[in-house]
Write a protein that binds this ligand. Sequence first.
Ligand SMILES: Cc1cc2nc3c(=O)[nH]c(=O)nc-3n(C[C@H](O)[C@H](O)[C@H](O)COP(=O)(O)O)c2cc1C
Length: 217
Amino acid sequence: MEYMKNEDISAIRHDYGKYKFDESNINPDPLEQFSKWFNEALSGDFVDPNAFALSTVSEQGRPSSRILLIKGFDSRGFIFYTNYESRKGGELLKNPYASMLFFWDKFERQVRIEGKVLKLSAEESDKYFQSRPYTSRLGAWASEQSKVLKSRFTLVRKVASLMLKYKTSVPLPPFWGGYLLVPDSFEFWQGRESRLHDRFRYELQSDGTWKIDRLYP
Ligand SMILES: Cc1cc2nc3c(=O)[nH]c(=O)nc-3n(C[C@H](O)[C@H](O)[C@H](O)COP(=O)(O)O)c2cc1C
């Protein structure tokens, strides 16, 4: 198989500069700044405006990333749902620090968020779980996420037998639920002309205030 030539790939480029982000329009509260950009992303006709890359680190210091969907954010932090026994779940158990990365290309923006990750209460997880479609709830029970699966048939058969077990109501699996990332650092990146992008980092201080620095692009 022929791959695309590296020269052709390296020729893919476009200029940024649709928006600017500077000291005059930055919000001193990073959550409010995030909320503003998130609302704009929601109106941007993205398929998954709430998608982000979650990076975790193994006990041996090896990072890994995957796309998830945020299902909420509030003054506590950022909420996402997954299988606690997945690869990411295992890594978070050993090392409860993670980073989240949002990229909204139409807006020429990325947001990096870092912090400590905690499990949500089973009550809060259940509330969200029960709002999911029936088949998604069964899917959560059926999937031993990140484990080796012999065949697709094995999975489909599992779902079928779960349908008989849970005809209407589906309880929250004990191995499934939400995490809350409590942020201590944010970085907002806005693409600008000639690659002179705007970058602002917020770092949480011990007195609970946020220190804001502009970074070189
Ligand atoms: C658009 C998109 C959204 C996804 N949302 C989730 C999600 O909210 N929760 C989840 O567990 N996996 C989600 N996934 C699947 C994950 O990327 C990943 O395959 C899975 O969580 C297993 O990751 P792990 O083996 O590193 O634990 C999503 C994938 C994509 C492409």
